[in-house]
Ligand binder design. Structure first.
Ligand code: AHG
Ligand code: MN
Ligand code: MN
Length: 331
């Protein structure tokens, strides 16, 4: 009989013998968050949760109720556990400090509470992305510099996908592992151990409606992906959901490249370095792939501010390297 592995058991069995369990427990906290958001999203059409709240977040985008719910839930579950020194959320302007009545911990949590929020109202997959860093200074309560670390220094990263089923996928730097929520027993069970990007890749994923906004080099890259430019072109099909987690997850399983390029009027594109690009770059490396801003590895970029955006190319090594080649050409 195949072994049934809960996420708790899997995380526990892999923690180093010297560990105090703080980090392990932080991953359990996130698994709990995942179950609660999954429960809420599954009921999204039933209760009065759909529709925009009417407020605009720090990125200038209108928030929806589930974004607010997910953001507040993560903070409520994680602020008093003694495992964190500071947090940062895509939905909040400033860092989230740990209230002084609670013990401070050794880790930093960054998160995009609900990614792909334009898809909530239409019952299409959405997700949560998280990254965990180590606090830089033990003596102090968390500061901005604890959060502004390059993704190469992540201790762990992952996402939760609220799709046809709910999955939690994470890496602590020892491979990428996926767990599927069994609704009957309320547990995440190991379903995808050691995920690796397949070759040859199957898909490219980009919002084609923005073609005219891209540089001619990006346009040439897209034509190459389509097989119009050169004999070494890959044979790909196209898929784009508009929820980064869902697009990333599909391409992780099937192979491919997702990109959100710089636009002529938006030179940094749309994707946020700290909450989206960084954690996914950490995961893709663990799965044998590569992530770039078109010129350098995402893993090497130290964020200058919390909500910094970055052009983003992620997927199979050969496809992302080819993007760098085209982008590096003279215009
Ligand atoms: P968020 O919902 O957290 O603001 O992120 C949305 C992002 C990302 O999920 C997706 O890849 C991208 O926006 C889609 O943007 P377009 O609609 O411009 O293609
Ligand atoms: Mn997002
Ligand atoms: Mn979001």
């Amino acid at each position: 009989m195949t072994k049934i592995q809960t996420i708790e058991r899997f995380i526990f069995e892999r923690q180093p013998h010297t560990a105090h369990g703080e980090f392990t427990n932080l991953l359990y906290d996130i698994a709990l968050v995942a179950k609660l958001i999954a429960y809420k999203t599954n009921r999204a059409g039933l209760v009065d949760i759909l529709g925009r709240v009417g407020v605009v977040n720090v990125q200038g985008e209108s928030q929806q109720k589930l974004d607010v719910f997910a953001d507040e839930l993560i903070v409520r579950i994680c602020d008093h556990t003694g495992r964190l020194c500071v947090m940062a959320s895509e939905e909040r302007e400033d860092i989230i400090t740990i209230p002084s009545e609670y013990r401070k911990g050794a880790y930093v949590l960054v998160f995009d509470p609900l990614d792909g929020s334009s898809n909530i109202d239409v019952n299409v997959s959405i997700g949560t992305i998280f990254g965990i860093y180590r606090c830089k200074d033990w003596d102090l309560r968390g500061r901005l510099e604890d959060v502004l670390q390059p993704a190469r220094d992540l201790a762990a990263a992952g996402y939760i996908l609220f799709g046809a089923s709910t999955m939690m996928v994470y890496s602590t730097g020892q491979g990428v592992h996926g767990f599927t929520l069994d609704l009957e027993i309320g547990e995440f069970l190991l379903s995808h151990e050691n995920m690796e990007l397949p070759e040859p890749p199957a898909y490219y994923s980009v919002n084609h409606a923005y073609y005219e906004r891209w540089s001619s080099n990006v346009q040439r890259y897209v034509r190459w992906l389509q097989g119009q430019d050169g004999s070494d072109a890959p044979i790909l099909s196209s898929r784009y959901i508009g929820s980064l987690v869902a697009d990333f997850h599909r391409n992780l399983l099937r192979g491919g490249v997702f990109f959100y390029p710089a636009e002529i009027k938006k030179p940094n594109g749309k994707i946020r370095l700290l909450y989206e690009a960084g954690p996914l770059a950490f995961l893709i490396k663990q799965a044998g792939g590569y992530a770039s801003d078109g010129r350098q590895p995402i893993l090497d970029i130290t964020p200058a501010n919390l909500h910094q955006r970055v052009p983003f190319y992620i997927g199979n090594h050969s496809l992302v390297k080819r993007a760098e080649y085209f982008i590096g050409q003279d215009e």
